[in-house]
Design a protein around this ligand. Sequence first.
Ligand SMILES: [Cu+2]
Length: 706
Amino acid sequence: MITNKLIISFLLFSLTEIALSFKQSSFNPKKFKVGTFKSYSRSGGLWKTNNFYKEIEAEINSRLSNEEDGYTDMPEEIEVGQKVRGWGIVAGPEECARECVAGARPRICYYDWTVQYYNTNNGACDLCVPKTNSSITSDCQCIYGDGYNVSGMLTVNRMFPGPSIQVCLGDLVVVNLKNMADGQDMTIHWHGIYQMNYQHYDGVPFVTQCPIQSGTSFRYIWRAQNIGTHWWHSHAGLQQAKLLEGAIVIRQPKEADYNHKLYDCDNFDNIIFLNDWMHSLADEHFPGTTGGSRIGQRPDNILIDGQGQWLNPATGQFTNTPLAVINVEPGVRYRFRLINTISWDCPLQFSIQSHNLTIIASDGENVKPVVVNTITSFAAERYDFILNADQKPGNYWVEVRLIGFCFDQEIIQFGILRYSGSQLTEPKLARPTYNNPIATGITFNNIGEVCDGSNPKEICVKNLESADPVDPRILAEKTDVQFFLPFTFHDYTKDELFEPGTYQHYMVPNGSPTGVVPLINGITNRLATSPLLTQVENIPPSEICDGTKKPQHCENKTVCECTHVLQIALNSSVEFVIYDNDRTANLSHPFHLHGYGFHVMAQGSQDKVKLTPKNIHKALQLDRQKYKLNSYSRPPVKDSLAVPPNGYTIIRFIADNPGYWFYHCHILPHLMVGMSLVVHVGGPSDVPPTPPGFPTCGNFQPRIPK
Ligand SMILES: [Cu+2]
């Protein structure tokens, strides 16, 4: 029996984790429980084994021990309908978007994606009308945007928002990405998926993989291991702004959801996908100009589920493109999944006329419910909220405004919340305007707000409470390691930036006379020349730096360009103190950490605590004291968080996911010029070995032949 069990577990291991090959190193798969159908929840700072799949393990074990007709190991060419041993029949996108049932078998969900240059309002729009908010597969190749013709977009399967991945916890997601965009290399990042055991598929160029060259394909394979509302986007250059993005939703059996009693419906099309929109090519805004019609990086509009209208200032008329419509039945409580996919500088404010929004999750992690009227959201954040369709049946405005840095542009967009049986018209209430919007009421996460108690109508992220208990190490007075990560922008003088023979990277934001470069701890991150995860031996060690160890070429330089890597021991408790030393009014930088959810321990304003490197310890102690008094024991978990202008935030996590994880500002031009670093957790033997045949890249510097 023992021998049989061993054989079975070996089979399980080798057949289900086809992404990994363990022949190449001493990597010990048992450490990660690879090969069992366990999934992980990150809430509370602990990887908790989910019981969901325990019941089916026995069934799969017995199934594997029998020969079955027509089942094969994972083939090289995958097709929907194939029978794969250990997984069942390969399912397509629509089959995978299903109700998740306790005890049901996880599936292989296969997505065939083609990336191509594309244009809006083309001939496809004469053939069909897109129904964009379900967007699981392409039913119509028309993209309206806001009615303004735009070219140079990069789309997956000619869709915007891109095809959504909607699966159940435990499914294996396989995406075959064919890059057919000539001259564009790319990677796709699965924002919010922790990728434990799937480090090679995190999709960051020169951190976890080589960019996928145009004309080639790359198969991403990852497990849907943490629930929630997430999204995917290109992690190369400005491609996310060129529409390479879409939604990811990982569901679990409803009864397993912490807040399940609060809602009746979690529909596949109840995604609210918000993106800023330009009427010009994103490239025209990078590095940016100081004059002419394309100053800085300002968007022209914002879209709801890829739809919207544009008020043409020349005519005073809105374009006649359709507005996004959200259909509801009276008396039903809906779960909505708001995804902020903003690429440029400005956060957004979201509200729905006459309806409260009950926040129940952020960035995929459940929180205790909080009722608000307006949600402010920064780039890359997700908020799940419940809307109770308890008002008089009719049409109501859904409103999104861009705020912060671009408030003077007065950008506002609308959708319609429509009760069934209502007329197919706009709401009776006249369209709100930017300066006369829907009443904001209780506002969540407002820009610059630090919720020091002075305004009862403001709620901050730090006020949310995690639905799950928190690891005591997160709540301890001190963590094992602590990093101070002040960020600022260096304003180049003309002499500095344009010194002959030097080529620093820079961008030109609105109002900058010359150009700027971001610094974290005095370093602007330069991507390595080969991926850190797979080819660290090809990277000159002298180019890898941190705040205490800088390369020689940085001596006496204000701006140090190198590959910024923070080394962290596996399983240590970690604290990041992130603070804004740039102090640009109304500009709030949203930072994202890959591979982790972190606890939001504090948010504050430096005006109030006079945060300086010298007194920071005292300031933080004061801040924590405040939370202790409030019995603050369940700091919420997020993966994307904005730092208030001239403010600070303190985050903590347990470094239990080994690998090279990117940490960066999610404003694309900031990311492009180095507002980032890499968190390296553990060592080479802690991560799975590189999959056989994984693409390599790097410099080619042959000797000159004699
Ligand atoms: Cu930024």
